[in-house]
Structure formats: structure tokens, C-alpha cells
Design a protein around this ligand. Structure first.
Ligand code: ZN
Ligand code: ZN
Length: 258
């Protein structure tokens, strides 16, 4: 049987839908859903996810803790609402934005996306990020993602941040550029490290590519999956700025609480 390219393409798509039915099952818990859901999340998961829609730090985008909210509310006339970290530490990026507060539901979902070969989730989670950043009406010239070490990416099969960044770039009509940063060497996973160790772990871990496109006076949106202490976002932002970028914004899927 002769299959022309068109029907081979359709066959491929149909097969993919069978293998990764992202519009039939909730990407978070696996419950059956109908195909009309843009983020492929069921009602329970939409409810269980801690969306970062409350009061957030005006610098890094983290959700502010309740006690801090109360304290801030008492401070009449204070319009800069910063988390403890941003009150004491300088960040290289202009502003950070996030979609969710990183808790157990979010951790489980992101782990499934990263470690279970669920690349198809990138399309849906990228859509969440796109809708979040659209609210900010940012003017950016270029979108890039925090790179992974090539060996690690080959092992995983994809860079989870890159898949989401591409969805955001396409939705905003901004160029996605992965010829900017490289991850120089593989270092220990960050999830068990404290703030100081994280900072040391990312120091010198990234570099601007020798053949990077011109970043002069560019406004860049950097995309990562999780924002914890901001050490990765800072390291990458400072490199981009040293390479000529005018400002760097950071968009993450989830951010740890303060
Ligand atoms: Zn669900
Ligand atoms: Zn902050």
C-alpha cells in the first residue's frame, strides 16, 4: 500500500492521540475529561491547584505568605509589596511572573511532566503560561528557555522549559531563540539543596553561546519550570544582560512560597 505524505501525517497524528490522549485524560490526575478544556485539567485539579492569583511579590512574582499579607495591609501607603527574599536580595531580572504556587499537587504534576516522559503536557502547561503572561502585556523581543545539559536532555528526550517556551512564543507571536544560553556542565539536582547551595550549584553552570544571536538592547522573556530561590533565574539573567540584553523578565510555571 502506498501512503502519501499527507495521510502519513494524519496517521502520525492519530497514533499520537492514541498514545498520548491529552484531551481525554486530565494531565494532572488522569481523570476522564472532555476535549473542550484548554489546559486539559479536570474540575478537581483546577480547584486543587494553588493558582498564583492572590497577592504576589512585585519583583519575583512569588505568592506572599498570609502573615506577610496582613503585615503589609497594615502598612498604609505602601505600594511595593516584596517577599522577604526580594527585600534583602537584589535580582538581575526586571520582574518575575508565575502561574502556580509550588505545593504537593503542583510538584506531582511537574514531576510527571519531567520524569515520566510526558512531553505532551508541555503543550497544555505552556498554554497556562501563555495566558498568564498575556495579562501583563509585556513587550519582549525574544523568548528563551533555561537550557539543560545536552546529555541530560538527550536522556529525558526533551527540555520541559523549552516545550512550554515554544507555546508561549507562538501564542505571543514573538521569536523563540534557543541559541542564547548553554548549560556548561551537569551539576547535582537542585531539589534537595538549600538557598546557598543552590547559588553555588548554578554559579558558572551556564554561559552565553559563542555564536549567540545579537542580544543588544533586547528585551528577553526567560522561561523556566520552577522558581525557588531565584538562583537559576538570576544566573541566566545576569549572563543575558552582560551579553547586551536591556532587560530580562522571568516566567515560571510554579514558584515556591516565601
Ligand atoms: Zn485532574
Ligand atoms: Zn520576591
Amino acid at each position: 500500500m502506498k501512503i502519501n505524505m499527507d495521510s502519513a501525517g494524519q496517521l502520525g497524528k492519530a497514533l499520537l492521540d492514541l498514545l498520548f490522549p491529552s484531551n481525554i485524560y486530565c494531565i494532572c490526575c488522569g481523570n476522564l475529561i472532555d476535549g473542550s478544556r484548554v489546559y486539559a485539567l479536570c474540575d478537581q485539579c483546577m480547584e486543587a491547584i494553588h493558582w498564583a492569583n492572590g497577592r504576589t511579590c512585585t519583583k519575583c512574582g512569588k505568592v506572599l505568605a498570609d502573615t506577610e499579607k496582613r503585615r503589609l495591609l497594615d502598612q498604609v501607603g505602601q505600594n511595593q509589596e516584596l517577599c522577604d527574599d526580594c527585600k534583602h536580595n537584589r535580582h538581575f531580572f526586571q520582574q518575575g511572573f508565575t502561574c502556580m504556587q509550588y505545593g504537593s499537587v503542583e510538584r506531582e504534576m511537574i514531576h510527571k511532566y519531567k520524569f515520566n516522559g510526558c512531553a505532551y503536557m508541555g503543550e497544555k502547561l505552556g498554554r497556562v503560561m501563555l495566558d498568564r503572561i498575556r495579562m501583563e502585556r509585556l513587550q519582549v523581543d525574544m523568548i528563551t528557555a533555561v537550557p539543560m545539559h545536552p546529555k541530560k536532555q538527550m536522556k529525558r528526550g526533551y527540555n520541559q522549559s523549552e516545550l512550554m517556551a515554544k507555546v508561549v512564543a507562538k501564542g505571543l507571536g514573538v521569536v523563540y531563540n534557543n541559541r542564547v544560553l548553554i548549560r556548561k556542565h551537569y551539576k547535582a539536582p537542585m531539589n534537595k539543596l538549600d538557598a546557598r547551595q543552590r547559588q553555588l550549584n548554578v554559579q558558572d553552570a551556564y554561559a552565553v553561546r559563542e555564536n549567540a544571536l545579537n542580544l543588544n538592547r533586547k528585551s528577553i522573556l526567560l522561561i523556566d519550570d520552577v522558581y525557588t530561590t531565584g538562583s537559576t533565574a538570576d544566573e541566566c539573567s545576569s549572563l543575558l544582560i552582560q551579553a547586551g540584553a536591556e532587560r530580562v523578565y522571568v516566567l515560571t510555571l510554579a514558584a515556591g512560597s516565601n
